[in-house]
Design a protein. Structure first.
Length: 113
């Protein structure tokens, strides 16, 4: 999500063109208020948005402890083995259809306690 916001602001910054404004009559040539045009303000706002998105995206969230309470040895229910920090369990599903019985082993995973 954050990367798409950065891309959106970057595209808006590239599309916002700044053009020179000329004043031929000289009436406002000494006035400094004409120095900031709408395009300049929009470009500044887009640049500020890109920079704030980059800072927000670069913040560290903190260490993840794996969800087992931090420092505790992860345990699985019953005799389910722990493989790659995930508990793997198996069960058997029996389906009876008419005179035919079908037995299917089902494997499932869950987070350790």
């Amino acid at each position: 999500m954050k990367k798409s916001i950065i891309a959106l602001f970057a595209a808006a910054a590239m599309s916002a063109g700044v053009s020179a404004q000329t004043d031929n009559d000289g009436a406002n040539s000494g006035n400094g208020l004409n120095a900031l045009s709408g395009g300049t303000i929009a470009t500044g706002a887009v640049t500020l948005g890109v920079l704030s998105a980059m800072v927000s995206n670069n913040r560290k969230e903190g260490e993840v402890d794996g969800g087992n309470g931090g420092g505790n040895t992860p345990e699985c229910s019953g005799d389910d083995p722990l493989q790659n920090d995930v508990c793997v369990g198996t069960t058997t599903t029996v389906t009876v259809s008419g005179t035919q019985t079908i037995t299917v082993p089902v494997t499932f995973t869950y987070a350790p306690e």
